[in-house]
Design a protein around this ligand. Structure first.
Ligand code: CP
Length: 335
């Protein structure tokens, strides 16, 4: 495997093999599988789970890892192309990325969306610029529109819970958050649930429609896998018979890159906090999913997050197992 960037790059058989391997590595550890291998981890955006789970994954497989981020004691990191570097940063990513990559056998890169220009973010301009600087295998640890490690972990969580693929009803719901957040998780989660063959409903207020190219990609995946994709702003209708609600806040696409426009729209939507009445006409055992971090009492009520519906900790642990499977296939003896 040369890259783990988007689940759409893999056949269903390949994804099933990764999921099977993730489960096997949990029950049958392979502590020497990646002996002597090194994973470079470049975080241009913050993290808790991704950072810790990749380090844990490499250690459990017998390899090692190191982390570089702009917050560390480095020489400042300039990312803008064509810049005259007469400010505080003394290091440019054009040198830093290939240097970091040269110390490892593979590199993981996290770079959130700039959220200035939707077309540029949809085209993954920044992430592609970073990966064009290296020739080692790479892993997308979250880019403008993708979070494939989260997606693989969430797919495993759905499997672990016995939630059906075909016939399973998955609600991807916008939730209130005081800030405009990136589209990576909603975009790639939508694709993942559709690709799994589920009946997916995007529940979102007006102004927070997901961009049409993302909806089209998901509709195509659902069609091939025997599922469906619909969208609505009607909560009761969306939740009818739902097996799972996956909550996430995201930026207004209507006001993308316009902080004040987005803010004015979202200020009216503080009641989009997932709470128990949301589940009134869902299945009794409807689950609550979220990639974390999550703001308690803002995105979701504490009684849901701490209650039996919530599977957020399972999702987070599955990050480590899913990534172990990816690393095993990317760096293991059979790679
Ligand atoms: N879900 C997730 O990627 O968490 P972090 O941002 O903490 O890595």
């Amino acid at each position: 495997m040369k890259a783990f960037n988007d689940l759409a790059d893999f056949t269903t058989e390949e994804l099933e093999a990764l999921l099977e391997l993730a489960g096997r590595l949990d029950t049958h550890p392979e502590p020497e599988a990646l002996k002597g291998k090194v994973l470079s981890l470049l975080f241009l955006s913050p993290s808790l789970r991704t950072l810790a789970s990749f380090q844990a994954a490499m250690t459990r497989l017998g390899g090692g890892s190191f982390v570089i981020s702009p917050d560390m004691s480095i020489h400042g990191l300039e990312t803008r192309p064509g810049i005259v570097m007469d400010g505080s940063a003394a290091e440019h990513i054009r040198e830093a990325v290939p240097v970091i990559a040269s110390y490892g056998d593979a590199i993981g890169i996290r770079a959130f969306a700039e959220r200035k220009n939707l077309e540029s973010d949809l085209a993954e301009t920044e992430f592609s610029a970073l990966t064009s600087l290296i020739d080692t295998p790479y892993i997308n640890m979250e880019s403008a529109m993708g979070h494939p490690c989260q997606n693989l972990a969430d797919w495993k969580t759905l499997d672990d819970l016995g939630i059906p693929a075909n016939g399973g009803k998955f609600v991807l719901s916008w939730a209130y958050h005081p800030k405009a957040l990136p589209l990576a998780v909603p975009a790639s989660t939508l694709y993942t649930a559709a690709r799994r063959g589920m009946d997916v409903t995007v529940l979102r207020p007006e102004g927070f429609e997901l961009p049409e190219p993302l909806m089209q990609k998901a509709r195509g995946a659902a069609e091939s896998a025997g599922g469906s994709v619909t969208e609505t702003n009607q909560r009761t209708k969306a939740m009818e018979g739902a097996h799972v609600i996956y909550a996430k806040s995201w930026s207004s696409t209507k006001h993308y890159g316009d902080r004040l426009g987005d803010q004015a729209l979202r200020n009216e939507l503080v009641d989009w906090c997932v709470d128990e009445p949301w589940f009134d006409n869902a299945r009794e055992d409807c689950r609550f999913m979220h990639c974390l971090p999550v703001r308690r009492g803002v995105v979701v009520a504490e009684r849901v997050l701490d209650g039996p519906r919530s599977v957020v900790i399972q999702e987070a642990r599955n990050r480590m197992l899913a990534q172990m499977a990816v690393l095993h296939q990317m760096l293991g003896s059979g790679s």
